[in-house]
Design a binder for this molecule. Structure first.
Ligand SMILES: Cc1ncc(COP(=O)(O)O)c(C=O)c1O
Length: 446
């Protein structure tokens, strides 16, 4: 597609000003109003076009308005839109079968979002621990709520007991993001997300990501589950090392604790494998998927081994909309596309192209410290001395017709659709470089 975007910075953008009066202010409002999208491009409400390297935060894996998905979903809407989990539906069965075949995990639980899927996985892991007889008597109430405590490498979240109750705790990692509902939020590192809502679910410990040497200090019989992103996404695109994932697997297996991979952002092909963890050959007890799985419709899934499903009983957990026929139809469409021969090899190839282009930008611009990532989950880290921050780069890129998302403290993420072309990657790099050059020259920041 031709580079038709006017590149003058600080153009007025199509901000949805009514948001200020209408929406709960949990997002920075008002926002750019996106009116339509096709492939890797979107148009705002004024008709201006942008190259979209956010993809609805890694959701639109096949790009915007992929041919075929609307047809399949419309057909399903005309046949059966919803029936609840009091009844079975064929699209959910087919999607579960396809996911099990594709991943080797034998059982599936469907829900609507990443946080719901994390919530379910952590609940299932606790139920598993209880069923295995490792759950202890209820925590001593006199110790509850003793507040956060920092030992080297370990934080007991506010609301945790000073000593862990055996078989009940969850180990999560600094920089990790798992969602906004209570249990998932409890395991999310960013204190600003957690603290306004405390007390949260007690019994979550935090340790440093990728620090094998700290695991012995935080992993004991008190831990029912370890939850980890094989590539931290919101945390700024930090891949787990193979050694770290292998160590987590070995130690949880030895303790009888569950290993939970949160692949909400890094899974479904984004890192060039259907599951990012495949790259390291490490298998979990539960794998959490969402985002790209639904092709733009809300869909989440917990994949699990047959053993990990054993502790579950009818009525223990559920979800009215989970695995509804419409979202499941979309999910089956996305999965079939991602599994087509050559699709993931192409993601890896385009990922290398994007990664190499970002490395070149880092070499040319002192304001960038690092490029990193796997497949098409990429980020650039802004150097500490740069006099501008990630939001300034996101705004400058937007003014140059490129949509990007922040990640971590000092990084900006690039999450193109998995169908992105070499030309679109080249165009994105060109626009990103113009935005960086403008910021370096002290120009207006969009
Ligand atoms: C790794 C990870 N887990 C969980 C979530 C939560 O997903 P959702 O926003 O669909 O609840 C996210 C969202 O960004 C995520 O990146």
């Amino acid at each position: 597609m031709a580079d038709t975007i006017a590149t003058a910075p600080a153009q007025p953008v199509a901000l949805a000003e009514e948001e200020l009066a209408l929406f709960a202010p949990v997002y920075p409002l008002p926002r750019l109003e996106i009116a339509s999208g096709r492939g890797a491009f979107v148009r705002d409400a004024d008709g201006r076009e942008y190259l979209d390297f956010v993809s609805g935060i890694a959701v639109n894996a096949l790009g915007h308005a992929p041919a075929g998905i609307a047809r399949a979903v419309a057909r399903q809407l005309r046949t059966l839109a919803h029936c609840s989990n009091l009844f079975a539906n064929r699209p959910a069965l087919e999607l579960a079968r396809a996911l099990a075949q594709a991943t080797g995990y034998e059982r599936v639980f469907f829900c609507n979002s990443g946080t719901e899927a994390v919530e379910a996985a952590l609940k299932f892991a606790r139920a598993r621990a209880r069923a295995r007889g490792t759950a202890a008597a209820p925590a001593d109430a006199s110790r509850a709520g003793s507040g956060g405590r920092d030992a080297p490498g370990v934080t007991l979240q506010s609301g945790s007991e000073a000593r862990p109750a055996p078989g009940r705790d969850v180990l999560a990692f600094r920089g990790g993001f798992h969602g906004r509902t209570a249990f998932a939020l409890s395991a999310t590192w960013t204190p600003a997300y957690r603290e306004p809502f405390e007390p949260l679910v007690p019994g979550v410990r935090f340790a440093d990501f990728n620090r094998v040497d700290q695991l012995d200090a935080v992993l004991d019989e008190g831990v029912a589950a370890v939850i980890v992103e094989p590539v931290q996404g919101e945390g700024g695109v930090i891949p787990a090392t193979r050694e770290f994932l292998q160590a987590l697997r070995a130690r949880t297996a030895a303790l009888g604790a569950a290993l939970v991979f949160d692949e909400v952002q890094c899974g479904m092909g984004r890192c060039g494998r259907l599951l990012a963890s495949e790259e390291h050959g490490v298998r979990a007890d539960y794998v959490v998927l969402s985002k790209a799985l639904g092709g733009g419709l809300p869909l989440g899934a917990v994949l699990m081994t047959a053993e990990a499903a054993q502790a579950l009983q009818p009525g223990m957990h559920g979800c009215t909309f989970g695995g509804g026929p419409v979202a499941a139809t979309a999910g089956a469409y996305v999965l079939a596309r991602v599994r087509k021969p050559g699709f993931l090899a192409r993601v890896r190839r385009q990922g290398r192209t994007l990664g190499a282009g970002l490395e070149r930008l880092v070499a040319r611009h002192a304001s960038l410290a690092e490029a990193r990532g796997v497949g098409l989950l990429r980020a650039v880290e802004i150097a500490a001395p740069a006099p501008w921050d990630p939001p300034a780069l996101v705004a400058a890129a937007r003014a140059h017709g490129l949509l990007l998302a922040r990640g971590g403290e000092r990084a900006v993420r690039l999450l193109p659709p998995l169908t992105v072309t070499g030309e679109e990657i080249a165009l994105a790099l060109e626009r990103l470089e113009r935005a960086i050059a403008e910021l370096e020259a002290g120009g207006e920041q969009g």
